[in-house]
Design a protein around this ligand. Structure first.
Ligand code: E4P
Length: 215
């Protein structure tokens, strides 16, 4: 399973990259706003800065909601850097845009996916990635990981090439359960990735080994 980091914070992206396990980055307008990145020129520059830190795919989201706008915006984003993946919302014109970008060989990430039906449409339209939001489903008392199981099953039955990118991950157990479900990618906050490192028996064992090494 690939690990993407779900942030626009350059320090966190660098830290994850330095760990040596990072395969890409996802951003969204809320994550950009959280970093205080404002104005079109600054936003576009920030995407390029991210691409220059990592080697993998970097999702940059369109803010247009009509087909013409999404195509213009997406083509501009894709022209910024070869690692840019155009992130498109799961709406009617979004499905048309996915199909358009697929025919042009431009990578896409279909975002705001909350059902298997939406994931089926994204795959049929040729999305490179589909992003089911598991944390937000958990927040309203649905089992987010169960949706990952369902989508992975459907894509395998029909051999769809769209990669399942588990998004809206809140903690390390989400990562483990998405790996068990066969998600192709998990996009995670840095804290959830670092939490995978932790086990009290590792700390206790290491302390004893170091103490014994002095004997
Ligand atoms: C990433 O592609 C998504 O935009 C992100 O994971 C959403 O996460 P949130 O539900 O924590 O906002």
């Amino acid at each position: 399973m690939k690990f993407f980091i779900d942030t626009a914070n350059l320090d966190q992206i660098k830290e994850a990259q330095d760990l040596g396990v990072l395969d890409g980055v996802t951003t969204n307008p809320s994550l950009m706003a959280k970093e205080g990145i404002k104005g079109e020129a600054n936003i576009l520059k920030h995407y390029v800065d991210i691409c220059n830190i990592v080697t993998g795919d970097v999702s940059a989201e369109v803010i247009s909601t009509d087909l013409k706008g999404m195509i213009a915006e997406g083509e501009h984003l894709a022209s910024l850097h070869k690692q840019i993946v155009v992130k498109i919302p799961m709406i009617k014109d979004g499905v048309k845009a996915l199909k358009y970008f697929s025919s042009k060989g431009i990578k896409t990430n279909c975002t705001l996916v909350f059902s298997a039906g939406q994931a089926l449409l994204a795959a049929k339209a040729g999305a490179t990635y589909v992003s089911p939001f598991i944390g937000r489903l958990d927040d309203i008392s649905y089992d987010g990981v169960e949706l990952i199981n369902q989508i992975v099953h459907i894509y395998r039955v029909y051999d769809y090439k769209t990669q399942v990118l588990a998004a809206s991950i809140r903690h390390s157990m989400h990562i483990i359960r998405c790996a068990e479900a066969g998600a192709d990618v998990a996009t995670c906050p840095l804290s959830a990735i670092l939490d995978l490192l932790k086990h009290p028996l590792t700390d206790i064992g290491l302390a004893k080994f170091l103490a014994d090494a002095k004997k």
